[in-house]
Design a protein around this ligand. Structure first.
Ligand code: FEO
Length: 401
């Protein structure tokens, strides 16, 4: 890998992880990722963020192509999560920086995670500026976006925002900038990242972006810690984040289910046919085939979440429980909900799912619907009618939102 000069004297010195599929142990990426870090050559040579520990040697080699790592004066830690911070012990040992600049919570997390000994950690506060020589850097705390330690770094002389996880995308590529990819594809990747990492903090996103806009910051480059550096799509990206955070429902339904003998699968398809007959866009996911993070990537703008499980041992199928637990943590808003499932005798699963949805604050579009044994032709027709009824409720919700 080669460092890339993103502005005169400012370099991307990150790592491309082409083969990553398991992101943080809970989300999947189809396109790998990158761990971006940035090196500013100024009177105070400053490194912004580091990389995952297993890439530490490659990372130091990247830096070494520009400058002896020991010449780094400051290390800025915008976020301590291991994909950006786990190489810190080795990097600090090698660099011996004059200062490590981080937020108050960043220091607490660094101490707890990396057990520093004799590191010169200096906490910075929201809005504080530090001179690097010809340039300065202003720190903005973005607490809970998406960890308590999170902050971003703004270099006004360069109109450069180093945004840590914000605006990130899981894209491994040889290209560093957003000029080779269509906005639609880039937005899709940003949405996937947002839906699985940042969604619970949507209200905070809106407030933070408003603060940035009100502060009148001039930005011509957003350099996130994952994926492509944004130059062509800055306003698009800010608009997309506001859109993701608003979770405004569309005329779209996401159906997910697990099945034993394919009856609940057929029920899902019958409901889906009723929805699509009424012009609602439908995505149907078998949880045996799709990872929960793939499903979640489609939920943020859906008008309805429809979940199905056959009854198994008086409960719901494990994969459906997994999906519901995952979704609950991500706190989707502005959705209608509906549950269904087949059963042989006791018939609890669809009722359990309905309770879960209600607990998440999801408004139920109809009562849970169970079918004993295998539906008849008429019962499948009834399920399609349920779909059509939910379609009308979605349209109403979209109109009112
Ligand atoms: Fe990319 Fe929250 O770490």
């Amino acid at each position: 890998m080669q460092p890339v000069e993103i502005k005169p004297g400012i370099y991307w010195v990150g790592i491309v992880d082409w083969n990553l599929r398991d992101f943080h142990g809970y989300a999947q990426t189809q396109h790998g990722t990158t761990y971006n870090a940035y090196l500013v050559i100024d009177d105070k040579v400053t490194l912004f963020d580091t990389v995952e520990q297993k890439y530490c040697e490659d990372f130091l080699c990247q830096i070494g192509q520009i400058i002896d790592p020991e010449k780094i004066d400051y290390i800025v830690v915008n976020h301590t999560e291991p994909d950006h911070g786990s190489s810190l012990p080795n990097v600090v040992h090698r660099v011996n920086p004059e200062k490590i600049l981080t937020s108050k919570m960043g220091k607490e997390f660094m101490v707890g995670r990396y057990h520093p000994e004799n590191w010169s950690i200096e906490t910075v506060s929201d809005g504080q500026s530090v001179s690097l020589g010809k340039r300065s850097v202003t720190f903005m705390e973005t607490r809970m976006l998406h960890w308590p330690d999170s902050m971003v770094s703004y270099i006004p002389e360069e109109k450069l925002l180093i945004s840590q996880d914000a605006f990130g995308q899981n894209i491994a590529s040889s290209e560093r900038f957003d000029d080779w990819i269509s906005w639609e594809d880039l937005k899709q990747e940003m949405a996937q990242y947002f839906a699985n990492i940042i969604l619970p903090y949507s209200p905070k996103v809106k407030k933070t972006l408003e603060q940035i806009q009100n502060a009148g910051l001039e930005i011509d480059t957003i350099a996130p810690d994952h994926g492509l550096i944004l130059q062509n799509n800055i306003q698009n990206a800010i608009g997309a984040y506001l859109e993701f955070a608003a979770q405004k429902p569309r005329e779209k339904a996401v159906i997910f289910y697990d099945t034993m003998w394919e009856t609940t699968k057929k029920m899902a398809e019958a409901i889906g046919s009723g929805l699509s007959r009424e012009g609602i866009s439908v995505k149907i996911y078998s949880l045996k085939k799709w990872h929960h993070s793939d499903v979640m990537s489609e939920i943020w703008d859906a008008g309805a979440i429809i979940a199905g499980s056959p009854t198994h041992n008086n409960g719901i199928m494990p994969l459906v429980a997994d999906m519901l637990v995952y979704m609950k943590g991500l706190r989707p808003k502005n959705k209608l909900g509906f549950s269904f499932g087949s059963y042989g005798w006791s018939g609890e699963a669809h009722k359990h799912i309905s309770n879960w949805l209600e607990e998440m604050g999801i408004e139920l579009a109809d009562d849970p619907h169970g079918v004993k044994h295998v539906p008849t032709h008429e019962q499948y027709q009834e399920l399609a009618q349920k779909g059509a009824k939910i379609a009308q409720a979605i349209k109403q919700k979209v109109q009112n939102s």
